[in-house]
Design a protein around this ligand. Structure first.
Ligand code: FES
Length: 107
């Protein structure tokens, strides 16, 4: 995608998401979990690829999120499924900070 067609959507203010926590936002009816790890932010679909579990309600350990429904784990940086019962990766989105706004790339 060329920079000219990239679109970023503001989802939160800096400081609104505490280190180690997550905020669920909606962009065009898609629930997206925005995680903060230290000074970095990561955004991925808040929908487990196994059976639709709400990932933001799971336990975060390091860079991994565990689905609260059946325990599949995903890498929050890459969306990669790390163990069964999930096998498919969760979609991830680029995140940037502009001024005091956290933005998610959306196309
Ligand atoms: S819905 Fe997430 S592991 Fe089953």
């Amino acid at each position: 995608m060329s920079p000219a067609t990239e679109r970023f959507v503001g989802v939160a203010r800096v400081g609104e998401i505490a280190d180690g926590s997550v905020k669920v936002v909606r962009i065009e009816d898609q629930a997206i979990a925005v995680f903060r790890r230290g000074g970095e932010y990561f955004a991925l679909d808040d929908v487990c690829t196994h059976d639709g579990g709400p990932l933001a309600e799971g336990i975060v350990e390091g860079d991994e999120i565990e689905c609260p429904r059946h325990g599949a784990r995903f890498n929050i940086r890459t969306g990669q499924a790390l163990c069964l019962p999930a096998t498919g990766a969760v979609t991830t989105y680029a995140v940037r900070v502009e001024g005091d706004e956290i933005q998610v790339r959306w196309s």
